[in-house]
Design a protein around this ligand. Structure first.
Ligand code: ATP
Length: 368
C-alpha cells in the first residue's frame, strides 16, 4: 500500500495563511495525529488531503501519484467528521455496509467485513436498530465503522470522539486504536485533545498558526519537546517554564539567574551550551518535583496560592519570585499561604535557548 505525503502544503484564505509549508509523510500502516490549539490549521490540512479544500501551494501525494488537483470524489479517501450523519431510514447494519456499494465486494466478503467491524466496535447487538434508537456513543461508533469498512487510499478522522462524554471517550479511544491497527492504510486524525493524540497516534504532528512545530512519537514529543510552545502544549498539568539568564558557562557547569536566585546546572549532559549572558528558559514537569533526589536544584521559598485536590495527588500552584510554579504532590500537598522549597533533579530539567528552541542533550541520540 501507498504512503501519504504532503510537501510544502499551504493554504491562504485571502491574505491569511491558515496552513503554511507543511511537509509530512504518513506510512501505510501508520496513524498520525494532527494536534494543536483551535484555529491552528488542522482541519484545513485534513480537508486539503481529502480534496475538499484546494491547496494554494504545495502538493498531496498518494504514493507517487500527485493528487493535488484531483477532485475529492476521485481521491478515494474515507473521512469521518466530528458531526457524523447517519442515514435515518437505514439500520445500523445497512449504514455500516453502505460505503461498500462503491467497491461491490462479493456478498460473503461484505458480510464478513461487516461482522468484523461490528464486533470490534461492539455494535453486533444493535445491527438491526435504526439511528434514532441508538445512544450518542453508538452513533459515533457507527460513523467510525462506516468510515473504516472500506479499503481506501487513506483514512481521515476529524475529532472522531469530540461528541462523547469523558467515560465513553476513554472506552472509544481503545476500540478505535484497536481498529486502526488493522487498517494498513495511512491514517490521519485531527484532534485538539492531547490525550487522544498520545494514545491513538503512532506519531503526532503538533501545529501552531498553520505550521508544524514538531513531528515525533508521542513519548519523544513529551520528553523532548522541540521548543517552548510544544513543551507548554503537551502534558497535563502543564510544564513549568521559568525564565532566566545564563551568567556563566564553563566545562563543569552553567550558572543561571532565575528571578534573582542563582541555579547551578552540570553542563556535561548538554550537546551545545548557551552563551554567557543569553536568556534561557528552564522547564520541568510538575510531577518531577515529587521524585527529586539529594543533588537536586532547589527553588527556594515558593508561596502557595492555590491547592487543587486531584484525588491521590494535589496540584500545588505557587508564586516563586513572580513566576508561577506547578508541583504535583502526593497526598494533600501544602496549604495555601505556606512557603516551601521545590526540588528538581537536573536530569528532569529541559533547557531552552533565547530563540525558544530546546537545547539538545547528548543522550537524545540514544533515546531516539
Ligand atoms: P479547530 O480545532 O477549532 O477546528 P483547526 O486547527 O482545525 O481549528 P482550521 O479549521 O483549519 O483550524 O482553521 C484554521 C484557520 O483558518 C482559522 O483561523 C479559521 O478561522 C480559518 N479558516 C478556515 N476556513 C476558512 C475559510 N473558508 N475562510 C476563511 N478563513 C478560514
Amino acid at each position: 500500500m501507498n504512503e501519504l505525503k504532503l510537501t510544502g502544503l499551504t493554504k491562504y484564505f485571502g491574505d491569511f495563511a491558515a496552513v503554511r509549508d507543511v511537509d509530512l509523510t504518513v506510512k501505510p500502516d501508520e496513524v498520525l495525529c494532527l494536534l494543536g490549539p483551535s484555529g491552528c490549521g488542522k482541519t484545513t490540512t485534513l480537508r486539503m488531503i481529502a480534496g475538499l479544500e484546494s491547496a494554494t501551494q504545495g502538493a498531496v501525494y498518494f504514493g507517487d501519484r500527485d493528487v493535488t488537483h484531483l477532485p475529492a470524489r476521485d481521491r478515494d479517501v474515507a473521512m469521518a467528521f466530528q458531526f457524523y450523519a447517519l442515514y435515518p431510514d437505514l439500520t445500523v447494519g445497512q449504514n455500516l455496509a453502505y460505503p461498500l456499494q462503491a467497491e461491490a465486494p462479493t456478498p460473503a466478503e461484505s458480510a464478513d467485513r461487516l461482522a468484523r467491524i461490528a464486533e470490534i466496535l461492539q455494535l453486533t447487538e444493535v445491527l438491526d436498530r435504526y439511528p434514532h434508537q441508538l445512544s450518542e456513543g453508538e452513533k459515533q461508533r457507527v460513523a467510525v465503522g462506516r468510515c473504516v469498512i472500506r479499503a481506501p487510499n487513506a483514512f481521515l478522522f476529524d475529532e472522531p470522539l469530540s461528541r462523547l462524554d469523558a467515560k465513553l471517550r476513554d472506552e472509544m479511544r481503545g476500540s478505535i486504536r484497536k481498529i486502526l491497527a488493522t487498517l494498513d492504510r495511512p491514517t490521519v486524525i485531527v484532534t485538539h485533545d492531547q490525550l487522544e493524540a498520545m494514545t491513538m497516534g503512532d506519531r503526532i504532528a503538533v501545529m501552531r498558526d498553520g505550521k508544524v512545530e514538531q513531528i515525533g512519537r508521542p513519548l519523544d514529543v513529551f520528553e523532548r519537546p522541540a521548543n517552548i510552545f510544544v513543551a507548554g502544549f503537551i502534558g497535563t498539568p502543564q510544564m513549568n517554564l521559568l525564565k532566566g539568564r545564563c551568567l556563566a558557562v564553563n566545562d563543569t557547569g552553567l550558572e543561571v539567574d532565575l528571578s534573582g536566585q542563582m541555579i547551578r546546572l552540570p553542563s556535561g549532559p548538554f550537546a551545545t551550551l548557551p552563551q554567557t549572558g543569553a536568556e534561557v528558559t528552564l522547564g520541568f514537569r510538575p510531577r518531577a518535583a515529587a521524585r527529586a533526589q539529594d543533588d537536586a536544584v532547589s527553588l527556594q521559598a515558593a508561596r502557595v496560592f492555590l491547592s487543587e485536590n486531584m484525588g491521590a495527588e494535589t496540584l500545588v500552584h505557587s508564586d516563586w519570585n513572580g513566576q508561577n510554579l506547578r508541583v504535583l504532590a502526593h497526598g494533600p500537598g501544602h496549604p495555601e499561604g505556606q512557603v516551601h522549597d521545590v526540588q528538581v533533579d537536573p536530569a528532569d530539567l529541559t533547557l531552552f535557548g533565547a530563540d525558544g528552541i530546546r537545547i539538545t542533550r547528548k543522550s537524545d541520540k540514544e533515546a531516539a
